[in-house]
Design a protein around this ligand. Structure first.
Ligand SMILES: [Zn+2]
Length: 108
């Protein structure tokens, strides 16, 4: 047998429950919003870092001077020491041994 007091308590608990569910939904939406923001920021940072790398260009592993690329020959010429490097060479990568296209000096 439920008393009026019990019914009032049940009604109040239902209201609290509704409120709690609403808060939970809101926080899920908020989490989603921040998650999307984080993904957007990460994509932007990755894009800018890639651009910065491109702008910096590849430098000579020997003397750190910028390399001038000959796209038709797949080779890069060093401004500083005049060494010719393969285009696939990444910054800081040592010359590949046994490849006679690497580290060949240009005679002026
Ligand atoms: Zn050099």
């Amino acid at each position: 047998m439920t008393t009026p007091n019990d019914r009032r308590l049940i009604r109040r608990l239902h209201e609290e429950l509704d409120l709690a569910r609403e808060k939970l939904n809101q926080s899920e939406l908020l989490q989603m919003k921040w998650l999307l923001k984080i993904e957007r920021l990460q994509a932007r940072v990755a894009e800018l870092e890639r651009m910065a790398d491109d702008a910096k260009g590849v430098r000579c592993p020997t003397c750190s001077e910028p390399l001038v690329s000959f796209s038709t020959m797949n080779e890069r010429l060093c401004n500083g020491c005049g060494t010719v490097w393969d285009c696939k060479l990444k910054e800081g990568q040592p010359p590949l041994l046994g490849n006679n296209r690497q580290g060949r000096r240009v005679t002026p």
